[in-house]
Ligand binder design. Structure first.
Ligand SMILES: Nc1ncnc2c1ncn2[C@@H]1O[C@H](COP(=O)(O)OP(=O)(O)O)[C@@H](O)[C@H]1O
Ligand SMILES: O=C(CO)[C@@H](O)[C@H](O)COP(=O)(O)O
Length: 462
């Protein structure tokens, strides 16, 4: 049996899935935690990857491997390849001011959407580079090369200095429409053009690593985590995927590039040669973690409590901007609870408000895509919650399909590695495991009440 390994180096952890290259059957897996925080020494990703590989039983029998990872993170290297400073992650909002300046300098949001398919907010690499140039000029001067988390891991594994279309499209200096770097925008933001990774196509080779014993393991291009998830879950044009992970995302596979001048939809490229319009929120599954912490319960108990309370939580509304927010672009916002009464001051009402607030927020992201999909697929750690699976169709006002709980980012990376081995125009057709369909009566009043409270909070500027 020929094996492939897929990696998901995400915000909270590193996961490795080892699968049969031909059928996609799961053979073994491992995972390891990442440190908390929005700036991280890339060495921590490296040691988590080694730990996850060891937990998966090593790379014996693995012929090809691919790395999917959190998008956008700024990894600066000096001329010897050493890391200049801790990487600033996609959820680090310190470059919000730099984003505002860059948008203004180019002539407004529409100019950015036209140039690179997206309007940069603090998540985008280009804004982090501007922040570095302004706040840490010595580090900026030492920066000879800039790459992204998946690029850096691929390179450390023995690969070349390469990236892929999907991850390049989250930098803010690569255009999905033309397939080329906009070094003019990088120069304008950073004051210099450091060396950038070569952008590979979906089936291209990134080199190879030498596993213990000297056996070569081929490296696929890798990609950003959302692009890998689309590949792992087998998303087809006509589907929308909603992922409830550290970030919340709603995305679709598209045949042509997009450019939203309003900035809500990022016009990314995907990992198959197509495109991936995507709406991303800073707050998603960790809203449930926070509510569980407040109530002093575990996630399963939080879900039971939420299902015990009535729809609408008796008017208790949670606006879940706990980490600031990216969509809507409110980097300094905080979360809030509205509608506390003696009646709603119960653990069940609070749990329900947290689940519904998070899902209303995700439904806003879904709506921003402006699509009427044939299927809505719900994935990510948050989709493991029974309460989320049962309340989501009520809040979204449409059925949701929940694939079996799994590591779809790492699986997508594994599928890309199998594609590298097998060749062909499309990735190998691995059989999808049976998904469950959830239906519920729509609860438009829950969304309406949420929207009222959300808009009042935004008007207040808090
Ligand atoms: N049974 C569960 N119920 C609710 N949430 C869960 C459950 N299991 C995991 N999660 C959530 O999954 C989140 C991690 O999701 P994941 O998609 O793995 O994140 P990422 O890939 O962004 O690091 C955790 O923050 C946790 O809240
Ligand atoms: O910034 C984005 C997408 O634009 C995020 O989706 C990151 O890619 C982080 O992903 P997770 O760690 O939540 O999977």
């Amino acid at each position: 049996m020929t094996l492939v390994a897929g990696v998901d180096s995400s915000t909270q952890s590193c996961k490795v899935m080892i699968r049969d290259a031909e059928t996609g059957a799961l053979v073994r897996q491992g995972r390891a935690a990442h440190p908390d925080g929005t700036e991280v020494d890339p060495a921590a990703w490296w040691s988590a990857l080694q730990e996850a590989i060891a937990q998966a039983g090593g790379l014996d029998g693995v012929a090809a491997m691919s790395v999917g990872a959190q998008q956008h993170g700024m990894v600066c290297l000096d001329s010897s390849g050493a890391v200049v400073r801790d990487a600033l992650l996609w959820n680090d909002t310190r470059s919000a001011g730099a984003a505002r300046d860059l948008v203004e300098e180019l002539g407004g949001p529409a100019a950015w959407a036209e140039a690179v398919g997206s309007v940069p907010v603090a998540s985008f690499t280009v804004t982090k580079l501007r922040w570095l140039a302004e706040h840490e000029p010595a580090n900026a001067r030492r920066t000879a090369r800039v790459c992204l988390p998946h690029d850096w891991l691929t390179w450390r594994l023995g690969g070349e200095s390469v990236t892929d279309r999907g991850d390049a499209s989250g930098t803010g200096y690569w255009s999905p429409a033309t397939g080329s770097y906009r070094t003019d925008l990088l120069k304008a933001a950073f004051g210099a053009v450091p060396e950038l990774p070569r952008v590979l196509g979906p089936r291209d080779s990134a080199g190879e690593l030498r596993a213990p014993g000297g056996r070569p393991v081929r490296l696929a291009a890798g990609t950003g985590d959302n692009m890998a998830a689309a590949l792992g879950v087998g998303a087809l044009p006509g589907d929308v995927v909603v992922s409830i992970g550290t970030s919340g995302t709603a995305f679709a596979v598209a045949e042509s590039p997009s450019a939203d001048p309003a900035g809500a939809v990022a016009g990314f490229a995907d990992a198959t040669g197509r495109f991936l319009p995507l709406v991303c929120t800073l707050n998603a599954a960790r809203v449930l973690d926070a509510a569980a912490r407040l109530l002093g319960v575990g996630l399963d108990r939080l879900g039971q409590l939420a299902l015990d309370a009535p729809a609408g939580a008796g008017g208790l509304v949670c606006v879940p901007y706990l980490e600031g927010e990216r969509t809507p672009n409110l980097p300094d916002a905080t979360g809030s609870l509205h509608g506390l009464t003696l009646g709603t001051s119960t653990p069940a009402h609070l749990a329900r408000a947290a689940v519904e607030g998070m899902l209303c927020h995700m439904a806003d992201a879904f709506d921003a895509l402006g699509l009427d999909p044939a299927r809505v697929l719900l994935i990510g750690g948050g989709a493991r919650s029974e309460a989320v699976r049962r309340i989501a169709p009520a809040v979204f006002g449409r059925p949701v399909i929940v694939p079996p709980p799994g590591e779809y980012v790492a699986d997508g990376a594994a599928r890309q590695a199998a594609w590298l081995l097998g060749g062909g125009d499309e990735p190998p057709a691995w059989e999808a495991a049976g998904a469950e369909r959830f239906e519920a009566d729509a609860t438009p009043a829950v969304r309406a009440r949420y929207a009222e409270v959300r808009d009042a909070q935004i008007r207040d500027g808090s």
